[in-house]
Design a protein around this ligand. Structure first.
Ligand SMILES: Cc1cc2nc3c(=O)[nH]c(=O)nc-3n(C[C@H](O)[C@H](O)[C@H](O)COP(=O)(O)O)c2cc1C
Ligand SMILES: Nc1ncnc2c1ncn2[C@@H]1O[C@H](COP(=O)(O)OP(=O)(O)O)[C@@H](O)[C@H]1O
Ligand SMILES: [Mg+2]
Length: 162
């Protein structure tokens, strides 16, 4: 598969950025909130990291590291005109964290982005991604990245970029 070379060469891929507002659809329409990165972070992705759905680890500020799924692309179901990178963290947070720094380690690829003929089928695809990601992240090769020094962000220190 030609995409596999391009994608795998860059994994794990580490990045951080401030959480910005998206279209507000994640929580409201899908029941699955996604923390969106600014355009600049999306533009800095290596050119041959293809659009699609990935999984990995994420933390907010200097908080705990949790499992995550991330969608990179144009959300064909919503026909976005700008490429976005959105992370759903498998953790229940007490409140929103807009403006905070999200740290992300992408460790594996799940599937390409797809269009769906109903909101229900988009939601069940995302729920399937979440279950698959949870399983794969329990593999020892992935678990070790949870402890990566990338996530040891000093408390109180604002970090941006790489
Ligand atoms: C794991 C995951 C998989 C996704 N897969 C698709 C997809 O295949 N097609 C699509 O159009 N959008 C997909 N999305 C993106 C959602 O449409 C998007 O998160 C939603 O529109 C929320 O956007 P917002 O942050 O602007 O509110 C996916 C999102 C996640 C978290
Ligand atoms: N588990 C979670 N994963 C991702 N974001 C979360 C989570 N819990 C709360 N949030 C908050 O919800 C926001 C995303 O909700 P969403 O409906 O996708 O709005 P937006 O379109 O502004 O991205 C995030 O920016 C974050 O502040
Ligand atoms: Mg979002």
């Amino acid at each position: 598969m030609p995409w596999a070379d391009g994608v795998m060469r860059h994994l794990p891929y580490f990045c951080r950025g401030q959480v910005v507002r998206g279209f507000g659809r994640g929580s409201k329409q899908l029941g699955i909130p996604t923390a969106n990165f600014p355009e600049q972070v999306v533009d800095n992705l290596p050119a041959d990291v293809s659009t699609g759905i990935y999984y990995g680890w994420a933390s907010v500020g200097s908080g705990d590291v949790h499992k995550m799924v991330v969608s990179i692309g144009w959300n064909p179901y919503y026909k976005n005109t700008k490429k976005s990178m959105e992370t759903h963290i498998m953790h229940t947070f007490k409140e929103d964290f807009y403006g905070e720094i999200l740290n992300v380690a992408i460790v594996g690829y799940l599937r390409p982005e797809k269009n769906f003929d109903s909101l229900e089928s988009l939601i069940s695809a995302i729920q399937g991604d979440i279950e698959e990601a949870k399983k794969r992240l329990d593999l020892p090769e992935h678990l070790k990245l949870k402890e990566d020094s990338f996530f040891r962000v000093p408390k109180g220190k604002i970090m941006n970029g790489h």
